[in-house]
Design a protein around this ligand. Structure first.
Ligand SMILES: Nc1ncnc2c1ncn2[C@@H]1O[C@H](COP(=O)(O)OP(=O)(O)OP(=O)(O)O)[C@@H](O)[C@H]1O
Ligand SMILES: [Zn+2]
Ligand SMILES: [Zn+2]
Length: 805
């Protein structure tokens, strides 16, 4: 008799379970299991989800009995060979567990949910316990639904073997079903039924006519009611008479069902665009894997270039993947792509519900959508035969995921380009130093768009020296020159965008008498003032408390808030400009689903003159009437202890400046700064990326930072500071033995925010050029660190970290 076995990666994120486990396939499932399917398997005393990675037809040589897989959740594999190999690579590259890499590729709805319940297996229990169960045989067993006391009692029962815990696995992936009708009658039968009707049975006659027209098609009931003008009761009667059948059919949850999008035609390309398109399309047609850096100033028509290359891929029977940062997935952007490629487009971003994401994913998987536009995780979209991969704003840090697996979508995009033999286009007005340096060396093909469309000049950028302003007037957020400029634009009925740079910045409370600052009790960070909820909140652990009226330390009443929040600026501005409508866009006003899109739409409809926001307004916006952009505080991101802070600041200022004067009206930018001499600010003023690149590369060279050196960061955390520090010094010692003289170790040091949620964080950073033993050492480190779970120590390894803070 033939036997089958499968290798399964189980849903237990730990190093010990990082290797595949072998299970037997029960007879009834033989030849129904393939690599890349989700299965439910017994594991210890539980049942859990797993992914099959390999089918084996020969019994493995082991001394123990192999357990059977319990259930197969998928009819066809949900991960193909490319994805399985990509997951292996990703796990190694990012020092992550295989299961985390497999899960990250699928929509959240396809992860299993686990329920635990507890059941009594002994009658010898206290009255307290009996009361707890009441009439119930089982109770849900988790610390969220139970009170802490009940949870303790039940846990003890389990330890005393008087109760058992039952584990259940659920597949959360559900398609949406709606009622549809099918006709059960032939035309001849319809005639007979009609003849038999009484003359006043008008509605039945109408239904029969409708069915006759419907023929053998299936129609969603709602639509049938609309088309026929008949009520659902009439259709139900028809069902009883045996004329029609009601069935359930699947309906995609379409996030864009309410948006009507007109078809648009490609624009006539300008010469620089033409040149870029020709180069990229040649690679598309020849199926040549090549990475392009498309460096184009803001408003130079990069997006139009992307659309041309997507069209070329489709013409060659291939698909296309376009990645954009979450924040620029604006309705404007989606509209631009959908208006060109219609229902071929699937959109994936975090604003969609779990169900919508699942349905978009399946449209791609079933080849019903051939163009994907999406944020970071869309890089794993299950497209086949990819003809071109595009990454807009390639320098954006949001392409890097913070949690395991800590991947950079740029690396994954390039990897997928190799698999599909297709070009990868990295686009930006301010490329990351890494990419720009590779273009210089010829590793990437370098394409440039140096002019704005129609030869429009880049906006004039002026600096406002806030040190001078301070001498003239007390602290204000909006300086006199900026306020004057705003007033002028308002007079001309033009629009203004104001940005408050909040990176590493927040408003906090300080006592003017004794200097006391209100801090989070769990973290080493001051609490942030939130006017909307009238409370102080910790941005790291969520702790919340009332705003103090008197200083908790010296009881003085002179406690007040410092720093600038968008709300405070809005209030201040509203007082200065009472008749002006100001829209505020920040985390607080965009929390609700679709709020981001609505705010932009209102601004686009000119319902407000001023859009005031955090960096989320810096990207992608294309509004023709915006002629003034103001930056309230250019410096906050400069002062962060981060080797990329100049690069970040330059990029942000250039991006936001690019929002001004994009159509036929001239644009102007005003940047308020305390460091007008700083090269990042000066070069943002002259909008000279190339010069900035030269200076910054020099700085990186001197400091030994990327792109000259690679970096890897190791972070250990735990509840006991001494344990954490000891572990880090231990690692430091081991590293010194395997690293060459060329490598440098920074640290170990406490992280700038050392304590978060009562966990202590220490880090060290390795800077290196080429270290043959490093990867293996780090993999081993991860493996052994798992055994330290008793001391509750956590270890995280981050290759190419975005920053060290
Ligand atoms: N060939 C063209 N002819 C006419 N208009 C064009 C052409 N290409 C692009 N445009 C228009 O010019 C404007 C700017 O183009 P686009 O948004 O593609 O620039 P971008 O380089 O992506 O800008 P940013 O990086 O600032 O977001 C858009 O309104 C776009 O419709
Ligand atoms: Zn906190
Ligand atoms: Zn005080």
């Amino acid at each position: 008799m033939s036997e089958q076995f499968v290798e399964v990666i189980v849903d237990v994120p730990s190093m010990q379970t990082n290797q595949a486990y072998t299970y037997a396939v029960p007879t009834e499932l033989i030849n129904q299991v393939f690599p890349g399917m989700r299965v439910i398997v017994p594991f210890g005393n539980r049942k859990i989800l797993g992914f099959t990675t390999k089918i084996i037809s020969k019994r493995p040589d082991v001394s123990f009995d192999l357990k059977n897989i319990e259930e197969v959740l998928d009819l066809v594999p949900v991960l193909n060979r490319e994805m399985l190999e990509l997951a292996n690579w990703l796990a190694k590259w990012t020092f992550s567990f295989k299961i985390s890499c497999l899960q990250v590729m699928l929509p959240a709805a396809m992860r299993a949910s686990y329920n635990k319940s507890i059941r009594l297996i002994s009658t010898d229990v206290s009255d307290e316990v009996k009361a707890l169960f009441g009439q119930e045989e089982e109770l849900p067993f988790d610390s969220k639904t139970l009170t802490p006391e009940s949870f303790k009692i039940l846990s003890k029962l389990n330890r005393d073997k008087k109760a058992e815990v039952i584990y259940q696995v659920h597949d959360r992936a559900r398609s949406k079903k709606v009622t549809a009708i099918t006709n059960l009658l032939t035309s001849a039968e319809i005639l007979i039924q009609k003849d038999a009707l009484r003359t006043n049975a008008v509605k039945s006659a109408k239904l029969l006519d409708f069915l006759n027209n419907l023929g053998d098609k299936t129609m969603i009931l709602k639509e049938a009611m609309q088309k026929s003008g008949l009520s659902s009761a009439i259709f139900s009667q028809g069902e009883k008479k045996g004329w029609l059948k009601k069935i359930k059919v699947e309906k995609y949850r379409d996030p864009y069902r309410d948006t009507k999008i007109k078809k648009t035609e490609p624009k006539k390309l300008q010469p620089a665009q033409e040149n870029a398109v020709t180069e990229i399309n040649q690679a598309v047609v020849e199926q040549k894997n090549q990475v392009f850096l498309l460096q184009g100033v803001t408003g130079s028509g990069k997006t139009e270039v992307y659309l041309y290359t997507i069209a070329c891929a489709l013409k060659n029977q291939r698909t296309a993947l376009m990645l954009v940062p979450e924040i620029s997935l604006t309705p404007q952007m989606v509209r631009r792509v959908k208006s060109r490629f219609g229902s071929n487009v699937a959109v994936l971003h975090s604003g969609l519900s779990e169900g919508e994401k699942f349905d978009e994913w399946r449209r791609i998987e079933r080849h019903e959508a051939t163009v994907v536009v999406g944020a970071r995780s869309a890089v794993f979209a299950p497209l086949e035969q990819i003809g071109v991969i595009i990454m807009d704003e390639e320098h954006e840090t949001s392409y890097k995921q913070e949690d395991m697996p800590e991947y950079n979508a740029r690396d994954v995009a390039i990897k997928r380009g190799q698999w599909h033999n297709c070009p990868v286009v990295l686009g930006s007005a301010t490329p990351s130093l890494e990419s720009r340096a590779r273009a210089q060396k010829g590793v990437y093909e370098w394409l440039r768009l140096d002019q704005r469309i129609n030869g429009q000049p880049l906006p004039q950028v002026n600096l406002v020296d806030m040190r001078q302003e301070l001498k003239r007037a007390p602290v204000v957020d909006v300086s006199t020159p900026l306020l004057e400029a705003i007033k002028q634009r308002l007079k001309k009925k033009e629009q203004v965008v104001l940005m408050l740079n909040r990176r590493g910045y927040s408003s906090f409370i300080m006592c003017r008498e004794c200097g006391f600052v209100l801090k989070c009790p769990n973290c080493d960070i001051s609490l942030t003032l939130h006017m909307d909820s009238r409370s102080m909140k910790c941005h790291y652990c969520g702790h919340e408390e009332p705003i103090p009226q008197i200083c908790p330390s010296c009881h003085s009443k002179k406690i007040r808030y410092y720093g600038t929040g968008t709300e405070k600026v809005q209030q201040e501005l509203q007082q200065l400009l009472p008749d002006t409508k100001i829209l505020r866009m920040d985390v607080d006003t965009t929390r609700r689903k679709g709020a981001h899109a609505k705010l932009l739409q209102r601004f686009g409809n000119k319902e407000a003159e001023i859009l005031l926001g955090t960096q989320m307004i810096a990207k992608g916006l294309d509004f023709p009437d915006v002629t003034l952009v103001g930056v309230l505080n250019a410096d906050t991101s400069l002062s962060l202890p981060n080797f990329r802070s100049a690069e970040r600041t330059f990029q942000l200022l250039t991006q936001v400046s690019g929002r001004a004067g994009r159509a036929d009206k001239l644009g102007e930018v005003m940047i308020q700064t305390f460091n007008p001499q700083h090269y990042a600010i000066q070069l943002a003023k002259s909008q000279n990326y190339e010069k900035f690149f030269g200076i910054e590369m020099n700085m990186r060279h001197k400091g030994g930072y990327p792109p000259y050196f690679f970096t890897t960061q190791i972070v250990t955390s735990g509840p006991n500071e001494a344990d954490v520090a000891k572990k880090m010094f231990e690692i430091n010692g081991q590293l010194k033995q395997i690293l060459s003289k060329q490598a440098v170790i920074l640290g170990p040091t406490p992280k700038p925010i050392m304590r978060i949620n009562n966990q202590f964080y220490y880090q060290l950073v390795i800077k290196y050029k080429s270290e043959p033993y490093l990867d293996e050492f780090l993999e081993n480190l991860l493996l052994t660190s798992q055994k330290e779970a008793q001391r509750k120590l956590q270890l995280k390894i981050d290759r190419d970290p975005i920053d060290f803070i």
